[in-house]
Design a binder for this molecule. Sequence first.
Ligand code: AP5
Ligand code: ZN
Length: 215
Amino acid sequence: MKLVLLGPPGAGKGTQADLLATGLSVPKISTGDLFRAHVSTGTPLGLLAKSHLDAGTLVPDEVTVGMVAARLAEPDTQSGFILDGFPRTLTQARLLDETLAHDGRRLDAVLEFHVDTAEVTQRMSGRRTCRACAAVWHLVHRPPTRGRCGTCGGELYQRADDEPATIAHRLQVYATQTAPLADHYRTCGLLAQIDAAGTVEQVSQRALAALMPAL
Ligand code: AP5
Ligand code: ZN
């Protein structure tokens, strides 16, 4: 299964991508996670990406596509993958299609998660991420264990871009630069829209039901 997850910041793409990756036995490829790993280890790519992540703006297409293309060349992606947070512009979408076509591959489906602004803001405000393993928690909906990561016991932090002014900017960037991708994938016959309100389990069931025809 070669899958793209679309949806505004905080919609739950990463959470659902983890569940789908386990259920479908394919790797999750999160551009946000990849950029954050580069930032935390101080690579040249991380130094370039950091100002964009902090400001809630998009990292330039050529940088992002190069990073994803390198990941998609790795053997574990040949049987499938779940792209979380990529593509985010029409240029990225076109270059993704070209990269896959070069290897005789194509996407099987695109899931677009819908949640209202109040809910995504609340989800991002309560999010805490593990510094050691990048697992994602929520103070109310997925509480950490005694203030630490429930998976590895690592220290948790609040993402700098989950501060209110940056959340508002990221939502605006999504509306102007990424939301138009839904039309592109609808035209390709790949788009399924998912109601992403409700519990993690409810959303997961809707996502799996939408994927049934492609499985
Ligand atoms: P990225 O990390 O991709 O951020 P995002 O798209 O803004 O998405 P989020 O990670 O904020 O949210 P999510 O939808 O994954 O939600 P999650 O599952 O965590 O990108 C960060 C930055 O990197 C960008 O701003 C940009 O600078 C750069 N970047 C990344 N990709 C790029 C690209 N392609 N091109 C250029 N630049 C790029 O859930 C959120 C919270 O809610 C969690 O606490 C979770 O536990 C909780 N939760 C999840 N589901 C539910 C539920 N159903 N009910 C209640 N709580 C829930
Ligand atoms: Zn952890």
